[in-house]
Design a protein around this ligand. Structure first.
Ligand SMILES: Nc1ncnc2c1ncn2[C@@H]1O[C@H](COP(=O)(O)OP(=O)(O)OP(=O)(O)O)[C@@H](O)[C@H]1O
Ligand SMILES: [Mg+2]
Length: 268
């Protein structure tokens, strides 16, 4: 029997966030197990993106606690989240059109050359970057024509995969995706879902927001449902159905009375 670590890689407890009079998050909790894909769902305005932004250090919580590997962390800036191993793939992806795929994978954090003289002049080690980029893209079976072509002509799916690969390249343990397939066609969506599934094999845990229940249930292990800024229920995908999740989202099915609803359920 493999040993199952019971310490979640990420846990958020009782997060609240106000924007003036607007309560975006009233009491949101979630737990993310190691190598797990957690789906986060809820109606428009339920607070999903706000929750993800707090976990990415982009905005701060009004109250609540976040634990990474069981340790309390303060995510005051995006860098704090990155230091905690959390990488977020944003909807607009922040890829540079005119740069090649491999340059994009390294964007802003080019590997320094091991040659001291080159280091002095801050030259980047193109060869090393190139081979690492290829390695990661191969590892995830990301299908792009060449790592040397500019990303301008790439499809939305290829761009999304590239951004996910970037997270892996930087050794992040947690990848957060906000509606990664929202703008994609069927084939591209399939490609992105495959990459998400594959992250699990690399011991990377994923939180993914989506409005497409069928798709989400094909990749997620568990789903946390949010309603009006609260996390109201968490279900193992294998123990639930689309109809139950939709009922929880709309309120047709009441949420769990138990406030610790987002507690990590360890499979027996
Ligand atoms: N910067 C902000 N200033 C004021 N209100 C905000 C801000 N960001 C979010 N909100 C409000 O907080 C609530 C939650 O928004 P959020 O974007 O988190 O919802 P969501 O679940 O991601 O919705 P969607 O499915 O439409 O993306 C909404 O009422 C929204 O208007
Ligand atoms: Mg959103």
């Amino acid at each position: 029997m493999p040993e199952i670590s019971t310490t979640p890689v990420l846990e958020a407890r009782h997060i609240t966030r106000h924007f003036g009079a607007v309560i975006a998050l009233a009491d949101a909790s979630l737990t993310l197990g190691r190598g797990e894909v957690l789906g986060l769902v809820g109606d428009n305005g339920a607070g999903k993106s706000t929750f993800l932004k707090i976990l990415s250090g982009v905005i701060s919580a009004s109250s609540g606690e976040i634990f990474a590997d069981g340790k309390l962390v303060q995510l005051k800036r995006a860098q704090d989240a990155m230091d905690a191993g959390i990488e977020t793939v944003y909807q607009d992806l922040a890829l540079v059109d005119t740069m090649s795929a491999f340059q994009n994978v390294y964007l802003g954090r080019e590997e320094l050359s091991s040659n001291p003289l080159a280091r002095l002049f801050n030259l980047v080690d193109d060869r090393k970057m190139r081979s690492r980029a290829r390695e990661v893209l191969d590892m995830l079976a990301v299908k792009i024509p060449s790592i040397d072509v500019s990303v301008k002509g790439m499809s939305g799916g290829q761009r999304q995969c590239l951004a996910i690969a970037r997270a892996l390249l930087w050794g992040r343990r947690i990848v957060i995706l906000d509606e990664p397939t929202a703008a994609l066609g069927v084939r591209e969506t399939g490609q992105v879902l495959d990459v998400i599934r594959d992250l699990r094999n690399h011991d990377v845990s994923v939180i993914v927001v989506s409005h497409n229940m069928q798709q989400l249930m094909s990749v997620a292990d568990r789903i946390t449902v949010m309603r009006l800024g609260r996390s109201i229920a968490t279900r193992n995908v294998r123990d639930t159905q689309v109809s139950e999740i939709v009922g929880l989202i709309t309120g047709a099915i009441p949420g769990d009375a138990e406030p610790e609803a987002a507690k990590l359920a360890i499979p027996a």
